[in-house]
Design a protein around this ligand. Structure first.
Ligand code: PEP
Ligand code: MG
Length: 577
């Protein structure tokens, strides 16, 4: 039966393909008394062997798509599976308690997990607990005859359907086969959306209940530009979606002609168009899309893709690769922004009621717990600084005191490296993200001490509107054109300019085609966005007249009371709107 639904258009692209459900299956079972314990032991052996075969295949695929290092987690799983001590204890339990294999497996693995998890100051054993949990789930699924989803094994054109995708799920998607994804929750600025845009995979998020409506193998049509999703579309609908896909591809080809063009308005004023990246691999997309700089390197992905805190050398290699890949063009590296929806399995942060408002980002870096980790990152950055034009930026700054503490660490580590005879660039700008309203209001004071601002509208809007950026029920409050947000942004830009500093924006708003004219009118210096939005923004800028945009922005700031009024006003200034 054909079903239509609408979600949040999170990443451009149109696709029609088979659904792949990435949802956790029901693994519940009953504990029963058995007479034939030999048969249960035999069932266990079959499930162990099947799990081993399956893991070996997954490992091979992971090596192909993600590399040897990222696949090493599966080696740990294979080791658990082959652990004779654990297997003999499970069999012992089956015999002693005359119980089924499922119960024996669960009792023994739970016992090991509890012991290892209890070793709180031993991260290695804590990781083993996580490995055992994963392996136990896989063996149990085989005992119950239930299939576990695994996105890394997708090898035909598919649309991934999930409740939510974590950044690491998203990173595993092979874009050769995964043509789009659709989720129940999430919005335009959730990290799965940002990664989808980087990977150029179409995405519609926040549909509420797509996982309940779609079955594995259903045909699904997705339009990431409009947010439309059709389950089991008719032939006519498939044709219409394919036409929309072709039209989008044609438009992209036109934008591609601007790859080496300058970014200038109709009357010749230059604005810097930069791109946001999550890993050194993304630099290729930055250059392919003709961006003039990296305006935001989200370094937390380096921490999230790793089994443990990345070492100074590992980080140095990553930063050097990005700086060299950009060939002397500016690279703004943001120090790690863990917390909110970005967790580290090996960093045991306390569970919080409001993680977006909690102990995260720079708050961790300048605390006693985060000090060593932060210094390692700063040292790696300083060492890499000789390979290009590095700029460092701190996330989630609310107080001047926080900036000063972070800057002091930068100065201390710089002095230490110099004393050690290690070369460091003398020309590193140090700035902050403006993503907390307190800092936006006090921008005139911050501007005296920082080298630049980069406005993080994803969080700035979430905090100004008090609306969780992950919650689709309050997504109507994500209002980049609301005059309250525009006034904050204008305040920041003016404050920077008054002190001769520059102001950029690295939140998703910077690449929003309806926001760009207003930001041009307010005099934003640098626009940093998903690499895939750069060329369309360059194309848009060519049509804008500075004097007109200034007037438009001015009127939006002083005369409008709602986002709708602001967009309505655009009609007077943008003929094509
Ligand atoms: C922001 O908050 O706008 C931003 C760019 O940072 P992130 O999306 O990583 O929180
Ligand atoms: Mg942020």
């Amino acid at each position: 039966m054909t079903e239509m639904l609408n979600g949040i258009a999170a990443s451009d692209g149109v696709a029609v393909a088979k659904a792949y459900l990435l949802v956790q299956p029901d693994l519940s079972f009953e504990t029963v008394t058995v007479q034939d314990t030999n048969a249960e032991e035999a069932r266990l052996d079959v499930a162990l062997q099947a799990s081993q075969d399956e893991l070996s295949v997954i490992r091979e695929k992971a090596v192909e798509s993600l590399g040897e290092e990222a696949a090493s987690v599966f080696d740990a799983h294979l080791m658990v599976l082959a652990d004779p001590e654990m297997i003999s204890q499970i069999k012992e339990t089956i015999r002693a308690k005359q119980t089924n294999a499922e119960t024996g497996l669960k009792e023994v693995t739970d016992m090991f997990i509890t012991i290892f998890e209890g070793m709180e100051d031993n991260p290695y054993m804590q990781e083993r607990a996580a490995d055992i949990r994963d392996v136990a789930k896989r063996v149990l699924a085989h005992l119950l005859g239930v299939k576990l989803p695994n996105p890394a094994t997708i090898d035909e054109e598919s649309i991934v359907i999930a409740h939510d995708l974590t950044p690491s799920d998203t990173a595993q998607l092979n874009k050769q086969f995964v043509k789009a994804f659709v989720t129940n929750i999430g919005g335009r600025t959730s990290h799965s959306a940002i990664m989808a845009r980087t990977l150029e995979i179409a995405a519609v998020l926040g549909t509420n209940d797509i996982t309940q409506r779609v079955k594995d193998g259903d045909i699904v049509a997705v339009n990431g530009i409009t947010g439309e999703v059709i389950i089991n579309p008719s032939q006519d609908q498939i044709v219409a979606f394919k036409e929309a896909g072709a039209a989008y591809a044609k438009q992209k080809a036109e934008w591609a002609l601007l790859k080496d063009a300058e970014t200038v308005t109709a009357d010749g004023q230059h604005f810097e168009l930069a791109a946001n990246i999550g890993t050194p691999k993304d630099v290729e997309g930055v250059n392919d899309n003709g961006a003039e700089a990296v305006g935001l390197y989200r370094t937390e992905f380096l921490y999230m893709d790793s089994q443990d805190f990345p070492t100074e050398d590992e980080q140095y290699e990553a930063y050097k690769a990005v700086l060299e890949g950009m060939n002397g063009k500016p690279v703004v590296v943001r120090t790690m922004d863990i917390g909110g929806d970005k967790e580290l399995p090996y960093f045991d942060l306390p569970k919080e009621m409001n993680p977006f408002l909690g102990y995260r980002a720079l708050r961790i870096s300048i605390s006693e717990t985060g000090d060593a980790m932060f210094r390692t990152q700063i040292r790696a950055l300083l060492r890499a600084s000789v390979h290009g034009q590095l700029r460092i930026m701190f996330p989630m700054v609310a107080l001047l005191k926080e900036f000063r503490a972070a800057k002091a660490v930068f100065e201390e580590e710089k002095a230490k490296l110099t004393a050690e005879g290690i070369a460091v660039s003398e020309d590193i700008q140090v700035g902050i993200m403006i993503e907390i309203p307190a800092a936006a209001m006090l921008a005139d004071q911050f501007a005296k001490e920082v080298d630049f601002f980069s406005i993080g509208t994803n969080d700035l809007i979430q905090y100004t509107m008090a609306a969780d950026r992950m919650n689709e029920q309050v997504s109507y409050l994500y209002q980049p054109y609301n005059p309250s947000i525009l006034r904050l942004i204008n305040n920041v830009i003016k404050a920077a300019h008054a002190e001769g500093k520059w102001a950029g924006m690295c939140g998703e708003m910077a690449g929003d085609q309806q926001a760009v004219p207003l930001l041009v009118g307010m005099g934003l210096d640098e626009f940093s966005m998903s690499a895939t939005s750069v060329l369309r923004t360059r194309s848009l800028m060519k049509t804008l007249d500075i004097a007109k945009m200034r007037e438009y922005a001015q009127r939006a700031l002083t005369e409008c009371s709602t986002a709708e009024e602001v967009l309505d006003l655009a009609k007077d200034y943008l003929p094509e709107n």
